[in-house]
Design a binder for this molecule. Structure first.
Ligand code: SAM
Length: 302
């Protein structure tokens, strides 16, 4: 079977690339505009060509990036295009005034690139709120919760694309921090979602600000954690001795990486805040590994 070549756009720290590598695909090109995440991607995926470019601006049009990518592909082998374009600009204000086009600019840019390049298979990852704005020509649009696919974390993201479909038989047994973090194995320990001055989100509508938001409280060390995100690092609450004394600390970078599904050996350098951003933004490698495995299995059937 021929190895699949993978082009990873908006590649960040390399969550998608990592899962693809674990599925024995060759990540050949990785593009992101953030030099700090590119540096880390390069450390962990040294055999791939890296470009630090701002995609979607006038200088880097769909045509230009399509030409750049084509130069690196061996068209005698299968190839997969992945993109995780950000959509932070899809603010409440944009949604209210109907300016979805502006909010989704990079998402639509990426979809135009898909049409231009016509890859053998492709995928895109997005936050769940984007789902309703996606065009209906996309063959497969699914909301996947990483906790169903071998990640010890509840994390719902929209994955869409062509050449793969995840079905019920792909679900794996739920795992928890207790299974992957041996040093956090005490039954009574709890993981708290934590954030200071974070808007409270009630059914997608921001109602205001609160000083300390406990999200929906705590989860046991034996349950998948809350979503790991850059703005609200999770805390570990240890119960000591008599059960009344508590010790609370942030999860370490290494622990957060592992809870995102990265291997223990994954390297990450930089300031604490940047590392948390990179980890919080990442695709969980077990999810991308599963998508790439699906594509390989389809290849075998062809
Ligand atoms: C959601 S994160 C990607 C996460 C990545 N797929 C992973 O698995 O680790 C989005 C990335 O897009 C990058 N980005 C934002 N705007 C960009 C642009 N115009 N061109 C290129 N990269 C951009 C950010 O630096 C960030 O790393």
């Amino acid at each position: 079977m021929k190895r699949i070549q993978v082009v990873d756009l908006f590649c960040g720290l390399g969550g998608f690339s990592q899962g693809a590598s674990e599925a024995k695909c060759d990540v050949i090109v990785a593009i992101d505009c953030w030099d700090k995440s590119q540096k880390n991607h390069k450390i962990n995926h040294p055999n791939c060509v890296h470009y630090t470019l701002k995609l979607g601006n006038t200088e880097n049009s769909v045509d230009k990036i399509a030409d750049l990518i084509r130069q690196h592909i061996d068209f005698s082998k299968p190839w997969h295009l992945h993109g995780s374009p950000p959509c932070q600009k899809l603010s409440i204000a944009n949604r209210k005034t109907g300016n979805v086009q502006e909010g989704m600019r990079l998402v639509f840019w990426y979809l135009d690139l898909v049409k231009k390049l016509n890859p053998d298979t492709w995928s895109m990852e997005q936050v769940s709120t984007v789902r309703k704005y996606l065009p209906n020509w996309i063959p497969n649009i699914q909301t996947l919760d990483a906790s169903h696919y071998g990640t010890p974390q509840t994390r719902k993201r929209v994955f869409c694309g062509d050449g793969w479909v995840i079905d019920i038989s792909d679900k794996k047994q739920t795992i928890s921090p207790n299974d992957v973090l041996k040093e956090l194995h005490k039954e009574g320990d709890l993981i708290r979602g934590y954030s200071v001055n974070r808007p409270i989100c009630v059914k997608g509508v921001y109602k205001g600000l609160k000083k300390v938001v406990g999200v929906d409280g705590t989860r046991k060390i034996t349950e998948p954690t809350f979503t790991i995100c850059a703005s609200a690092p999770l805390k570990l609450e240890k119960q000591i001795g008599d059960n009344k004394t508590k010790k609370i600390r942030s999860l370490t970078i290494q622990e957060s990486l592992i809870l995102q599904g990265f291997p223990k050996t994954y390297k990450i350098e930089g300031f604490m805040k940047d590392k948390r951003t990179m980890i919080g933004n990442a695709v969980c490698p077990p999810v991308s590994r599963m998508i790439m495995n699906k594509i390989q299995n389809n290849q075998k059937l062809d």
